[in-house]
Design a protein around this ligand. Sequence first.
Ligand SMILES: Cc1cc2nc3c(=O)[nH]c(=O)nc-3n(C[C@H](O)[C@H](O)[C@H](O)COP(=O)(O)OP(=O)(O)OC[C@H]3O[C@@H](n4cnc5c(N)ncnc54)[C@H](O)[C@@H]3O)c2cc1C
Length: 455
Amino acid sequence: MKRKIFLKASSVFAVGGILSPILACNTTKPKVVNLARKNWAGNLQYTAEKYFEPKSVDEMQSLVKSLNKQKGLGSCHSFNNIADTPFSQISTKNLNKVINIDAAKNTLTIESGAKYGQFAPELNQRGFALHNLASLPHISVGGACATATHGSGVKNGNLATAVNTIEFISANGDVVNLSREKDGETFNGAVVNLGALGIMTKITLDIQPTFQVRQDVYQDLPLQALKDHFDEIMSSGYSVSLFTDWQNDNVSQIWIKRRLDSEIKELGADFFGAKRATKNLHPITRLSAENCTEQMGVAGAWYERLPHFKMGFTPSSGEELQAEFFVPRKNAVEAISALYKKGNLIFPELMITEIRTIAADNYWLSMAYKQDSVAIHFTLKQHTPEVMKLLPIIEAELAPFGARPHWGKLFTIAPSILASRYEKMPEFLNLARKYDSQGKFRNTFLDLNIYQQNS
Ligand SMILES: Cc1cc2nc3c(=O)[nH]c(=O)nc-3n(C[C@H](O)[C@H](O)[C@H](O)COP(=O)(O)OP(=O)(O)OC[C@H]3O[C@@H](n4cnc5c(N)ncnc54)[C@H](O)[C@@H]3O)c2cc1C
């Protein structure tokens, strides 16, 4: 065993500073004083006895081969135990290099632990852009793709839809390459993989010429206007987000991100009854907008406008929980209306809700598999018992629409129901067994939600 890439959780106190896993997972969170390794939000203490940070694909390969039970770990931003295991966690933190920008093929190849915010400026400088980004740039590409992380936009697929090729280390240590061009349905099954097939080491993404974006924010949209004009409102920009606290039949903010390389018409001071904001806002209106990307129609590079939060700052609110549910876009108004009726139950535990759109894709375990979707997201107070009681209420309201939960956030949907909402779940299980016949990458999350339901 290579000791220099091995950290036993119990030895963290002795190692201290530089190798502290706190630095690995909580760099933008000054509040954390506990040296135990936790996820970004601090609501989950990882149980892994051993923790590794390989510095090369070769080191990753020998680790995967030599270790038995293990789990790949990205930037620790998931809220549930999807990335945990009591055995070994292998972080992709040090696999963060840009390998190649191929201007002829319009592709970017990077190591899987690279965070969007780290390589986006270089990509932009070289004249290129990604099609979309999540609300924060702090997450790793591997973790984002493995869980179908998304931004917004009626025509924008989730971030994994930019994936062209993946390279991963399967359970027996083989380096596997799968591409959209050559591997058809196997590729569609393998990209959103929940870490079940192996550990992705390199990812090639489609890129496009760089573009500028302006961000305009409106406040206080009447709910009735949203119900009457949902598609028009969500299509009013390249990427549109709604924020609400489910109170007073009101949508507190609309963030409209528009590309400057497409035709832009003046939206006016009044947008379906909402008023143009007079200063930059945080989605939670009472919080300072300092952490947020520039608004007020000021043009900027794609990577400085598509996320809501700036790279160098804490995204969102920090001490929080998150849950998110995807329903077909055609049911958006019904689903949103049902939740407004439960607004008084949701409000006490809520920081803010965000509503976004995601275009349909072909990835078996994507929450937007084969359906244009609306994602209804909840940033919740870090009151775990209360939140876990609230989630079934939200899930019951969304059950008639076959809601699929975000894989990296909290949910309580029964595994059998979850399985019924993914028609390709059995095929995914076969794929997992093909690349991980020994069950090395299985953990409690996968056993519950994937393996036991499909045996
Ligand atoms: C403040 C905040 C804002 C967020 N905003 C959004 C948003 O706008 N949109 C959205 O959809 N989600 C959002 N999320 C959720 C987040 O994008 C997902 O949880 C995502 O998985 C985080 O990536 P990560 O690298 O931290 O993954 P981790 O949490 O480290 O891991 C998640 C899963 O991916 C697997 N994994 C990680 N790396 C690899 C790899 N290289 N190979 C194979 N498997 C791997 C792990 O095994 C695990 O199963 C947000 C989360 C936070 C904390």
